[in-house]
Unconditional design. Structure first.
Length: 678
């Protein structure tokens, strides 16, 4: 895989079997210059133009030291392994920058395996005169789907959620047969997969396609069936893109082509799972099924070998533009009318992952019911009332230019920020609520999203809450009468405060003379606080009573509070039960007093029951159930930067006043949740 170096290798030359070996003093092994091959316009091998010949200068294709030092000169002359009687030679892995090496394209290579029978000290290439085999170095590419997969002019080392992808295998010289009996599979990474196809304990043959390292199935019927799908009969490359129909014929539906990972059923599991994963790609050129061993002694598992590796990277929101910034306007957008940033975590191994490349852009769409999907992202428009800087026009040149995804290595090399690499390009949200982060990883020339078959390729990448009150709320109270007030909003906490100011003031006034925010002093508003006793006049912003009115949000420890939001009771959760794949029921010790449409999040002390295994109750599922999520950089960010974000659940009440339901769940086997508090 391009730019994805693996120190392990499946390239081992063995001559220890019956009838094989050497005489006299053990020699050394190296390889030759590359073989040249030409193909017909249909991709069939025409001729070997320059056969690989021993005695030539070894091709500069093998590397050690993590891909940073490629073998040249004497280091290319390798001694055999003494532990197997000097009858086996392990070669280093192929270099990971063959795109640069074999400019202008990243391609496969064939060379001869050459042996020096302890002749003339075996210290130069011309001493290696015995050709003992041919070494084929295959290349695997991740490609865009549909008709673009055939040429694969833009290739990647992996993919992200919701992005369909095709796989292409570049064949070295005559390394692929002109037949449709080839197969491919994406399997959990394992050291056993690095063993050659002929080695005892090799893993590729028995490895199961589409199952990750902890046994979770990550491909479903929405991806091609690799058991019946071949990569074509061409000999220059094979590719897996179009699905097979029940008749065995490939479809030509571009939008439905290719593979797509399914890491769960809820949006967070599908898109924002906590860790990326590297998969191995295994290939078989023919006789790939075990039953074929009846007619071919080398058939079945013995014909599978590793041809690459593949990265699956999640969309993970970051808390700030860098881990060192202490500026609120460089933290992630969190509050209404407070400028901020937005970005994804993108460590160096994920730089060339499909969906995390630079130049993508986002669209923030209100999603109060948490039902936004990819189709909804495509049809949604930029709303100037929500985020005016992005919504200059639609399609938005500002979103696709000023706010396009860039990594500024001088700020933080592990973050893809939607600010065109400039921290001064900030996002300001003018409405509170739940928002879907709609994402397009490829912009077209007209500032829109790249299309496939006329359909723009927007995806829902994440969700977040912009905290603050609902707009345009109104209250009427009589003068000289003590009153209390209620207001609604999103992400409200009991640490928030409100301040009442004159009608001709502005909430963003900073009271420049003394600081401290907008002025709600008694001389301006005739307001008193702490009534009916002591009922003190509101002072200036730097006074002890500066107009801040504390609020209380319904919670487990803020239940049945009095008119001063004091003497609150506790109302703990008695049980949390997953009912089906759409619904979870929460039962309280007392009547919960919530109404249909209210929002709820659950606290950290919810946990998986002891008898619920990981595949049923994972960290991702717990985060979904709680509606609280960790920023990926929480352990490294500046102390004041946020560590978590929320996307709560809409409440549906039941006939039992102690029970409510939330729209999240899982099919059997359901996760079992232990006793918790809310």
């Amino acid at each position: 895989m391009e730019n994805a170096y693996d120190v392990a290798t499946s390239c081992i030359v063995d001559y220890s079997k019956t009838g094989q070996g050497f005489e006299g003093t053990p020699g050394k092994m190296t390889w030759s210059a590359r073989a040249g091959a030409s193909y017909t316009s249909d991709g069939f091998l025409d001729e070997i133009v320059n056969p690989a010949r021993c005695g030539t200068t070894p091709e500069d294709i093998l590397c050690n030291s993590g891909g940073t030092m490629c073998l040249t000169g004497g280091s290319q002359l390798i001694s055999p392994n003494v532990t197997v009687g000097n009858k086996q030679v392990t070669l280093p892995a192929g270099r990971n920058d063959l795109d640069e090496y074999s400019s202008p394209i990243y391609r496969a290579v064939s060379v001869a395996a050459c042996y020096c029978p302890s002749y003339d000290d075996c210290d130069e290439a011309s001493d290696f005169i015995q050709q003992i085999g041919i070494l084929h170095f295959y290349i695997t590419k991740t490609c865009h789907i549909g008709f673009a997969a055939f040429a694969c002019t833009e290739d990647f080392v992996g993919t992200t959620p919701q992005h369909r992808f095709a796989l292409r295998l570049e064949c070295p010289s005559d390394g692929c047969k002109a037949s449709h009996y080839n197969r491919i599979k994406v399997v959990a990474q394992s050291k056993a997969n690095d063993l050659p196809a002929w080695a005892a304990g090799q893993g590729c043959g028995a490895a199961v396609h589409g199952v990750n390292s902890w046994g979770k199935t990550v491909f479903d019927a929405d991806s091609p069936d690799v058991a019946s799908l071949h990569g074509g009969i061409r000999q220059d490359f094979k590719y897996w893109n179009w699905k097979n129909t029940s008749s065995g014929l490939a479809t030509s539906d571009q939008l439905d082509s290719g593979f797509v990972f399914k890491m769960g059923t809820t949006y967070h599991e599908l898109r924002n799972f906590h860790d990326g994963e590297t998969f191995d790609i295994c290939y078989c050129d023919s006789n790939c099924e075990d039953d074929a061993a009846l007619v071919d002694p080398l058939a079945g598992n013995a014909n599978w070998f590793k041809v690459g590796q593949f990265r699956l990277a999640p969309f993970q929101l970051v808390s700030a533009a860098s881990n060192t910034t202490d500026r609120q306007d460089e933290f992630i957008i969190t509050y209404i009318n407070q400028p901020g940033s937005l970005g994804f975590y993108r460590p160096k191994p994920d730089y060339n992952v499909m969906g995390l490349q630079e130049e993508g852009f986002v669209k923030l769409v209100q999603d109060h019911t948490s039902t936004m999907d990819d189709a909804g992202c495509r049809s949604a428009t930029y709303d100037a009332a929500v985020e005016p800087a992005m919504a200059v026009m639609d399609p938005s040149p500002a979103a696709a230019t000023t706010f396009r995804g860039k990594t500024n290595a001088t700020v933080d090399e592990n973050k893809l920020m939607f600010n065109n690499g400039l921290t001064l390009n900030r996002i300001t949200m003018q409405r509170a609520g739940f928002f879907a982060v709609c994402y397009c990883s490829r912009a077209n020339f007209a500032y829109g999203c790249t299309q496939i078959d006329g359909v723009e390729q927007w995806v829902v990448a994440s969700r977040l809450t912009i905290r603050g009150p609902d707009l345009n709320q109104r209250w009427e109270f009589s003068a000289y009468v003590t009153f209390r007030m209620e207001f609604t909003g999103y992400g409200l906490t009991s640490d928030d405060v409100i301040r009442i100011i004159p009608g001709n003031g502005n909430c963003d006034d900073n009271n420049q003379d003394g600081g401290g925010g907008p002025n709600g002093a008694y001389t301006e508003t005739y307001m008193k606080l702490q009534c009916p006793h002591p009922c003190s006049e509101v002072g200036e912003t730097n006074a002890g009573i500066n107009g801040n009115i504390e609020v209380k949000v319904l919670a487990d420890n803020a239940y049945m509070c009095d008119e001063k939001n004091e003497d609150c009771r506790n109302n703990d959760i008695k049980s949390v039960t997953v009912l089906d794949d759409q619904t979870t029921e929460v039962e309280f010790e007392a009547a919960h007093t919530m109404s249909d449409g209210d929002l709820i999040t659950l606290k950290d002390n919810i946990e998986c029951a002891a008898n619920s295994p990981r595949e049923q109750c994972s960290d991702e599922r717990l985060a979904v159930l709680k509606g609280n999520f960790n920023f990926v950089d929480r352990d490294a960010n500046y102390g004041y930067a946020p560590d978590t974000y929320s996307a709560g659940h809409i409440v549906t009440t039941t006939t039992d006043p102690k029970k409510l339901r939330i729209p999240v769940g899982w099919a059997d086997p359901k996760p079992q949740i232990g006793r918790a508090h809310v």
